[in-house]
Design a protein around this ligand. Sequence first.
Ligand SMILES: Nc1nc2c(c(=O)[nH]1)N[C@H]1C(S)=C(S)[C@@H](COP(=O)(O)O)O[C@H]1N2
Ligand SMILES: [Mo]
Length: 196
Amino acid sequence: MTNKLPPGQFETDTWPILHQGDIYLFNQEHWGFKLFGEVDKEVILTFKEFSSLPKVISTIDMHCVTTWSKFGTFFQGVPFRELVSLVNLNGGVEYVKIYGYYNGDMFGYSANLPLNSLLGDDALFVDKWGDSESQLQDITPKHGFPFRFIPPASFYLWKGTKWVSGIKFMREDEAGFWEEMGYSMTANPYKEERYR
Ligand SMILES: Nc1nc2c(c(=O)[nH]1)N[C@H]1C(S)=C(S)[C@@H](COP(=O)(O)O)O[C@H]1N2
Ligand SMILES: [Mo]
């Protein structure tokens, strides 16, 4: 919001591309989004069901741990809280893991986040983006088509799972893909929490 550069970051105007493994090739027949873990009953949404959830447009700054930051990008997407409203959570749920494709494995990538930080308009499953250079358009396969998560700016962008496939609700915090390799569980760019 304030275009304040976190420590150790530089500003970029273009949107870089960064990920491990293959770019997921969208197939509507096989696409699904699973809500699981500490829930009363698991839910699997089809592409049509997920796409018809309410959407908002928000400007969310991105901070990648590789030191680029991009300000002023606006995103259209389904707020995280809309997914939460589709399940009955068991008592004591405080964390989630947001899953996505990695080399053909539907749940091969994941990132952990605290649930209570994801209930605003700055935590979105995004299908469109724009900025001062580009008008609102579909996100490309490289950026996570058909839906990718964009986390609040208080988290490094590796928490923004591309090619999303589900949310696991958890009582205890649990490391995801990069966290298992030594990256921060909390990942606040303004506190420069890169590693753990
Ligand atoms: N499924 C998946 N999502 C991912 C990754 C990945 O390897 N696989 N990389 C993460 C990292 S480290 C970053 S910085 C952002 C980059 O998003 P972008 O390529 O759209 O800028 O995606 C994140 N989401
Ligand atoms: Mo990253």
